[in-house]
Write a protein that binds this ligand. Sequence first.
Ligand SMILES: NC(=O)c1ccc[n+]([C@@H]2O[C@H](COP(=O)([O-])OP(=O)(O)OC[C@H]3O[C@@H](n4cnc5c(N)ncnc54)[C@H](OP(=O)(O)O)[C@@H]3O)[C@@H](O)[C@H]2O)c1
Length: 332
Amino acid sequence: MAHREVVLSTRPAGIPGPEHFTVQEATSPPLQDGQVRVRVTHVSVDPAMRGWVNAAANYSRPVGLGEVMRSFSVGDVVESRHPGYAEGDVVMGMLGWQELAVVGADAIWRRVTETDLPRSLSVGVLGLTGLTAWAGVTSVLRPRPGSTVVVSSAAGAVGSVAGQLAASMGCRTVGIAGGPEKAARCVEEFGFDAGVDYRSSTFLADLAAATPDGVDHYFDNTSGPITDAVVARLNPFASMMVCGTAAYSSWDPWPQGPRMERVILTQRARIEGFLAFDHLDALPDAVAALADLIRSGDLVHREHTLTGIEAAPGSIAMLYSGANDGKLVIEL
Ligand SMILES: NC(=O)c1ccc[n+]([C@@H]2O[C@H](COP(=O)([O-])OP(=O)(O)OC[C@H]3O[C@@H](n4cnc5c(N)ncnc54)[C@H](OP(=O)(O)O)[C@@H]3O)[C@@H](O)[C@H]2O)c1
């Protein structure tokens, strides 16, 4: 069966662009026992993909040159030689940037059963994005009611959900995003108590005005200068969760900046790295809870949809210029 796939053709040193990928015709192989063939309908574009194609040590094996680009995707099972899956099942998992995926059960994260909701959500707010916000806020950051929670990349896929979850726990929420439009969106669309534009020349003063009582919890999606500014406002016994490092275009050479150790010591603050893959057990609970919040209208989420597999090669770079307006998804 002929289909199209996107392979990694050269390895980027920093942010991957269209020149690092090739869209090519391929033949979907015959199924082996234990495998399913999935006609992919939506593929995800995630900031993590930059790490997956980089040769530098990461939490996962780098995608090999000539290999189909790794991605979360969702689609319909069109053929099965696995007893647990049948034709017509909708599945989400590591299916890659390709129109037809042949995979074993280990690549499938879950069967998508929320037929009343758009299936694209399964690679976003009902997938890695939602799990990240959910586990990050409820298991790692664990904000106290009445405390101030700051979120960076707050108008983005993870940040917008994290802010709403913290608000639902009775916290004052402050979202940091790039540009006046996204900062306003944090308040008007996602319900943050304040939105701060980190690109503004008045960023430091605006952050101070938005956090008059300091910062108790920080959901960090960016690192870099935004984080330097937030760390300077941490309260005693504050907690900070490092979820993403979007502000670094590369980590070789090692990014330089102000040292935060003195603040961490004097404020007795806690910093914790976070990886959603460590919280897969929470996926069913996160999906059920987030789907219910969407149905009841209590969780606002935003998708930015591109069309066609030829959009994939240039899509990761959009995340690093802030050109995405919500969870970036490609509909095939
Ligand atoms: N640790 C985990 O397991 C895990 C899982 C999922 C996601 N994440 C991380 O969570 C973060 C958000 O992911 P997402 O999927 O929700 O993407 P997203 O926030 O929807 O999109 C990425 C955003 O990053 C911001 N950005 C890019 N370059 C920046 C810079 N130099 N300084 C500040 N902000 C910059 C842009 O927002 P502006 O327009 O506001 O600049 C852009 O829209 C990413 O860092 C990602 O790696 C981590």
